[in-house]
Design a protein around this ligand. Sequence first.
Ligand code: ZN
Length: 285
Amino acid sequence: MRDFSRDHSALALNTASLGHNIEGRGAGWEPERVIDACAARGFGSIVFWRREIGLRAVEIGDRARAAGLAAAGLCRTPFLVGADALDRTAVLDEAKASIDMAAGLGAAVLTIVVGGVHPGTRGTVESLRILADRVADLVPYATERRVKLALEPLNPVYAGNRSCLTTVRDAVDICEMVDMPNLGLAVDVYHVWWDSDLDAQLQRAGKNRIFGYHLCDWLADTQDVLLDRGMMGDGVADLKAIRASVEGAGYAGPCEVEIFSANNWWKRDPGDVLDVMVERFRTLC
Ligand code: ZN
Protein backbone atom coordinates (compact mmCIF):
# COMPACT_ATOMS: atom_id res chain seq x y z
CA MET A 1 0.00 0.00 0.00
CA ARG A 2 1.28 3.47 -0.82
CA ASP A 3 2.66 5.58 2.01
CA PHE A 4 1.00 9.02 2.05
CA SER A 5 2.47 10.15 5.36
CA ARG A 6 5.21 12.16 3.67
CA ASP A 7 3.88 12.51 0.13
CA HIS A 8 0.32 13.52 -0.63
CA SER A 9 0.70 14.06 -4.36
CA ALA A 10 -1.96 11.35 -4.85
CA LEU A 11 -4.49 13.63 -3.15
CA ALA A 12 -7.19 15.09 -5.40
CA LEU A 13 -9.93 17.58 -4.63
CA ASN A 14 -13.44 16.96 -5.87
CA THR A 15 -14.76 20.52 -5.87
CA ALA A 16 -18.10 19.32 -4.48
CA SER A 17 -16.25 19.27 -1.16
CA LEU A 18 -16.38 23.07 -1.25
CA GLY A 19 -20.08 23.10 -2.14
CA HIS A 20 -19.41 23.77 -5.81
CA ASN A 21 -21.79 21.19 -7.20
CA ILE A 22 -24.93 22.97 -6.00
CA GLU A 23 -25.97 26.53 -6.90
CA GLY A 24 -25.83 28.88 -3.94
CA ARG A 25 -23.81 26.54 -1.69
CA GLY A 26 -20.27 26.84 -0.44
CA ALA A 27 -17.99 29.86 -0.70
CA GLY A 28 -18.51 30.22 -4.45
CA TRP A 29 -14.84 30.43 -5.38
CA GLU A 30 -14.06 30.60 -9.09
CA PRO A 31 -12.27 27.54 -10.55
CA GLU A 32 -9.02 29.51 -10.83
CA ARG A 33 -9.02 30.31 -7.12
CA VAL A 34 -9.70 26.67 -6.21
CA ILE A 35 -6.90 25.52 -8.53
CA ASP A 36 -4.41 27.90 -6.91
CA ALA A 37 -5.47 26.91 -3.38
CA CYS A 38 -5.00 23.20 -4.19
CA ALA A 39 -1.68 23.75 -5.95
CA ALA A 40 -0.36 25.77 -3.00
CA ARG A 41 -1.11 22.82 -0.69
CA GLY A 42 0.46 20.14 -2.86
CA PHE A 43 -2.67 18.44 -4.16
CA GLY A 44 -1.84 16.43 -7.28
CA SER A 45 -5.10 16.72 -9.14
CA ILE A 46 -8.59 18.16 -9.24
CA VAL A 47 -12.06 17.02 -10.27
CA PHE A 48 -14.66 19.54 -11.44
CA TRP A 49 -18.41 19.51 -11.90
CA ARG A 50 -20.03 20.41 -15.19
CA ARG A 51 -21.82 23.45 -13.80
CA GLU A 52 -18.46 25.09 -12.97
CA ILE A 53 -17.04 24.57 -16.42
CA GLY A 54 -19.69 25.90 -18.80
CA LEU A 55 -18.01 26.76 -22.09
CA ARG A 56 -14.54 27.10 -20.52
CA ALA A 57 -13.43 23.47 -20.53
CA VAL A 58 -10.19 23.96 -22.48
CA GLU A 59 -9.28 27.15 -20.61
CA ILE A 60 -9.84 25.65 -17.15
CA GLY A 61 -8.06 22.40 -18.01
CA ASP A 62 -5.03 24.33 -19.26
CA ARG A 63 -5.12 26.55 -16.19
CA ALA A 64 -5.07 23.52 -13.86
CA ARG A 65 -2.15 21.92 -15.68
CA ALA A 66 -0.21 25.22 -15.70
CA ALA A 67 -0.59 25.25 -11.90
CA GLY A 68 0.76 21.69 -11.69
CA LEU A 69 -2.55 19.89 -11.22
CA ALA A 70 -3.87 17.08 -13.37
CA ALA A 71 -7.56 17.19 -14.30
CA ALA A 72 -8.35 13.82 -12.81
CA GLY A 73 -12.01 13.83 -13.71
CA LEU A 74 -15.33 15.47 -14.43
CA CYS A 75 -18.64 14.94 -12.64
CA ARG A 76 -20.83 13.77 -14.23
CA THR A 77 -23.11 12.43 -16.96
CA PRO A 78 -26.85 13.05 -16.69
CA PHE A 79 -28.82 10.16 -15.23
CA LEU A 80 -29.03 7.49 -17.93
CA VAL A 81 -32.08 5.70 -16.53
CA GLY A 82 -34.93 6.61 -14.20
CA ALA A 83 -37.69 9.22 -14.18
CA ASP A 84 -35.46 11.94 -15.68
CA ALA A 85 -34.23 9.68 -18.48
CA LEU A 86 -37.34 8.63 -20.36
CA ASP A 87 -36.19 10.05 -23.70
CA ARG A 88 -33.31 7.78 -24.74
CA THR A 89 -32.07 10.04 -27.54
CA ALA A 90 -32.13 13.21 -25.44
CA VAL A 91 -30.33 11.52 -22.56
CA LEU A 92 -27.60 10.07 -24.76
CA ASP A 93 -27.13 13.41 -26.52
CA GLU A 94 -26.61 15.15 -23.19
CA ALA A 95 -24.28 12.38 -22.05
CA LYS A 96 -22.25 12.80 -25.23
CA ALA A 97 -22.03 16.55 -24.56
CA SER A 98 -20.62 15.72 -21.11
CA ILE A 99 -18.05 13.45 -22.79
CA ASP A 100 -17.10 16.36 -25.07
CA MET A 101 -16.69 18.58 -22.02
CA ALA A 102 -14.43 16.02 -20.33
CA ALA A 103 -12.34 15.77 -23.50
CA GLY A 104 -12.02 19.57 -23.67
CA LEU A 105 -10.97 19.73 -20.05
CA GLY A 106 -8.42 16.99 -20.64
CA ALA A 107 -10.08 15.02 -17.83
CA ALA A 108 -8.98 11.42 -17.59
CA VAL A 109 -12.33 10.13 -16.35
CA LEU A 110 -15.99 11.07 -16.64
CA THR A 111 -18.12 9.71 -13.81
CA ILE A 112 -21.49 8.12 -14.53
CA VAL A 113 -24.14 8.41 -11.83
CA VAL A 114 -26.71 6.20 -13.41
CA GLY A 115 -30.16 7.28 -12.15
CA GLY A 116 -32.87 5.45 -10.24
CA VAL A 117 -35.44 2.81 -11.00
CA HIS A 118 -36.83 3.25 -14.50
CA PRO A 119 -40.51 4.23 -14.70
CA GLY A 120 -42.81 1.30 -15.34
CA THR A 121 -40.41 -1.14 -13.67
CA ARG A 122 -39.83 -2.36 -10.12
CA GLY A 123 -36.69 -3.58 -8.44
CA THR A 124 -33.35 -2.92 -10.12
CA VAL A 125 -32.85 -5.76 -12.62
CA GLU A 126 -34.74 -4.22 -15.55
CA SER A 127 -33.26 -0.77 -14.90
CA LEU A 128 -29.75 -2.24 -14.93
CA ARG A 129 -30.51 -3.91 -18.27
CA ILE A 130 -31.64 -0.57 -19.76
CA LEU A 131 -28.56 1.06 -18.24
CA ALA A 132 -26.19 -1.47 -19.81
CA ASP A 133 -27.78 -0.89 -23.22
CA ARG A 134 -27.37 2.89 -22.95
CA VAL A 135 -23.82 2.71 -21.59
CA ALA A 136 -22.87 0.44 -24.50
CA ASP A 137 -24.06 3.21 -26.82
CA LEU A 138 -21.81 5.81 -25.15
CA VAL A 139 -18.59 3.85 -24.84
CA PRO A 140 -17.45 4.04 -28.50
CA TYR A 141 -18.11 7.80 -28.51
CA ALA A 142 -15.99 8.21 -25.37
CA THR A 143 -13.27 5.95 -26.74
CA GLU A 144 -12.89 8.17 -29.82
CA ARG A 145 -12.44 11.18 -27.54
CA ARG A 146 -10.05 9.37 -25.15
CA VAL A 147 -12.33 9.74 -22.15
CA LYS A 148 -12.71 6.87 -19.69
CA LEU A 149 -16.20 6.28 -18.32
CA ALA A 150 -16.50 5.27 -14.67
CA LEU A 151 -19.73 3.72 -13.42
CA GLU A 152 -20.14 4.79 -9.80
CA PRO A 153 -22.30 2.47 -7.70
CA LEU A 154 -24.07 4.50 -5.02
CA ASN A 155 -25.14 3.51 -1.54
CA PRO A 156 -28.42 1.52 -1.71
CA VAL A 157 -30.28 4.34 0.07
CA TYR A 158 -30.29 6.08 -3.33
CA ALA A 159 -31.53 3.15 -5.40
CA GLY A 160 -35.01 4.59 -5.91
CA ASN A 161 -34.21 7.94 -7.46
CA ARG A 162 -30.44 8.39 -8.00
CA SER A 163 -28.76 5.07 -8.70
CA CYS A 164 -30.23 1.66 -9.38
CA LEU A 165 -26.56 0.62 -9.48
CA THR A 166 -25.68 -0.02 -5.84
CA THR A 167 -22.82 -2.50 -5.69
CA VAL A 168 -19.36 -2.95 -7.15
CA ARG A 169 -20.59 -6.40 -8.17
CA ASP A 170 -23.29 -4.99 -10.45
CA ALA A 171 -20.87 -2.42 -11.87
CA VAL A 172 -18.34 -5.13 -12.75
CA ASP A 173 -21.15 -7.16 -14.33
CA ILE A 174 -21.97 -4.26 -16.65
CA CYS A 175 -18.28 -3.70 -17.45
CA GLU A 176 -17.95 -7.36 -18.40
CA MET A 177 -21.13 -7.24 -20.47
CA VAL A 178 -20.06 -4.16 -22.46
CA ASP A 179 -16.41 -5.29 -22.49
CA MET A 180 -14.59 -2.17 -23.72
CA PRO A 181 -11.32 -1.01 -22.18
CA ASN A 182 -12.47 2.53 -21.43
CA LEU A 183 -15.44 1.43 -19.31
CA GLY A 184 -14.70 0.86 -15.63
CA LEU A 185 -15.89 1.93 -12.22
CA ALA A 186 -15.29 4.42 -9.45
CA VAL A 187 -15.10 3.26 -5.84
CA ASP A 188 -16.45 5.74 -3.30
CA VAL A 189 -16.03 5.08 0.42
CA TYR A 190 -19.44 6.62 1.12
CA HIS A 191 -21.13 4.09 -1.12
CA VAL A 192 -19.17 0.89 -0.49
CA TRP A 193 -17.97 1.01 3.13
CA TRP A 194 -20.74 -1.37 4.34
CA ASP A 195 -20.10 -4.06 1.70
CA SER A 196 -18.51 -7.18 3.22
CA ASP A 197 -17.93 -8.55 -0.29
CA LEU A 198 -16.01 -5.47 -1.42
CA ASP A 199 -12.52 -6.96 -1.42
CA ALA A 200 -13.58 -9.95 -3.54
CA GLN A 201 -15.47 -7.77 -6.02
CA LEU A 202 -12.55 -5.36 -6.39
CA GLN A 203 -10.28 -8.32 -7.09
CA ARG A 204 -12.79 -9.35 -9.73
CA ALA A 205 -12.72 -5.83 -11.21
CA GLY A 206 -8.92 -5.78 -11.37
CA LYS A 207 -6.62 -2.87 -12.05
CA ASN A 208 -7.88 -2.26 -15.59
CA ARG A 209 -11.43 -1.58 -14.43
CA ILE A 210 -10.90 0.67 -11.40
CA PHE A 211 -10.78 4.26 -12.63
CA GLY A 212 -11.24 6.21 -9.42
CA TYR A 213 -11.19 6.13 -5.63
CA HIS A 214 -13.28 8.66 -3.67
CA LEU A 215 -12.69 9.53 -0.02
CA CYS A 216 -14.90 10.78 2.78
CA ASP A 217 -16.44 9.03 5.79
CA TRP A 218 -19.85 7.70 6.87
CA LEU A 219 -21.02 9.47 10.01
CA ALA A 220 -22.54 6.91 12.39
CA ASP A 221 -25.43 9.26 13.17
CA THR A 222 -25.79 10.87 9.76
CA GLN A 223 -28.45 13.57 9.57
CA ASP A 224 -28.93 13.62 5.78
CA VAL A 225 -27.89 10.83 3.42
CA LEU A 226 -27.14 13.27 0.61
CA LEU A 227 -25.58 16.31 2.27
CA ASP A 228 -24.06 15.10 5.55
CA ARG A 229 -20.94 13.22 4.55
CA GLY A 230 -18.11 13.13 7.03
CA MET A 231 -14.48 14.17 6.75
CA MET A 232 -12.07 11.24 6.75
CA GLY A 233 -11.66 10.00 10.31
CA ASP A 234 -14.94 11.38 11.64
CA GLY A 235 -17.06 8.31 10.84
CA VAL A 236 -17.20 4.54 10.85
CA ALA A 237 -15.71 3.55 7.48
CA ASP A 238 -12.50 1.50 7.69
CA LEU A 239 -10.52 3.78 5.38
CA LYS A 240 -7.22 1.91 5.50
CA ALA A 241 -8.88 -1.44 4.86
CA ILE A 242 -10.84 -0.08 1.89
CA ARG A 243 -7.73 1.47 0.36
CA ALA A 244 -5.85 -1.78 0.94
CA SER A 245 -8.54 -3.57 -1.08
CA VAL A 246 -8.57 -0.94 -3.84
CA GLU A 247 -4.78 -0.94 -4.13
CA GLY A 248 -4.63 -4.70 -3.69
CA ALA A 249 -6.73 -4.92 -6.84
CA GLY A 250 -4.10 -2.84 -8.63
CA TYR A 251 -5.35 0.75 -8.40
CA ALA A 252 -2.58 3.34 -8.14
CA GLY A 253 -4.36 6.54 -9.17
CA PRO A 254 -5.61 9.65 -7.40
CA CYS A 255 -7.52 9.57 -4.11
CA GLU A 256 -10.28 12.10 -4.52
CA VAL A 257 -11.86 13.77 -1.50
CA GLU A 258 -15.58 14.21 -2.14
CA ILE A 259 -17.58 15.53 0.81
CA PHE A 260 -21.12 16.85 0.48
CA SER A 261 -21.67 18.63 3.80
CA ALA A 262 -24.20 21.45 3.72
CA ASN A 263 -24.19 22.19 7.45
CA ASN A 264 -20.57 21.65 8.31
CA TRP A 265 -17.71 21.66 5.82
CA TRP A 266 -19.45 23.85 3.21
CA LYS A 267 -19.87 26.55 5.83
CA ARG A 268 -16.16 26.75 6.62
CA ASP A 269 -13.42 28.72 4.90
CA PRO A 270 -12.31 26.63 1.88
CA GLY A 271 -8.63 27.13 2.72
CA ASP A 272 -9.18 25.65 6.18
CA VAL A 273 -11.12 22.72 4.69
CA LEU A 274 -8.27 21.96 2.28
CA ASP A 275 -5.75 22.10 5.14
CA VAL A 276 -7.79 19.55 7.13
CA MET A 277 -8.01 17.27 4.09
CA VAL A 278 -4.23 17.23 3.68
CA GLU A 279 -3.67 16.46 7.35
CA ARG A 280 -6.30 13.70 7.49
CA PHE A 281 -5.10 12.21 4.21
CA ARG A 282 -1.52 11.95 5.42
CA THR A 283 -2.44 10.45 8.78
CA LEU A 284 -5.72 8.50 8.48
CA CYS A 285 -6.34 7.37 4.92
ZN1 ZN B 1 -18.00 9.65 -5.57
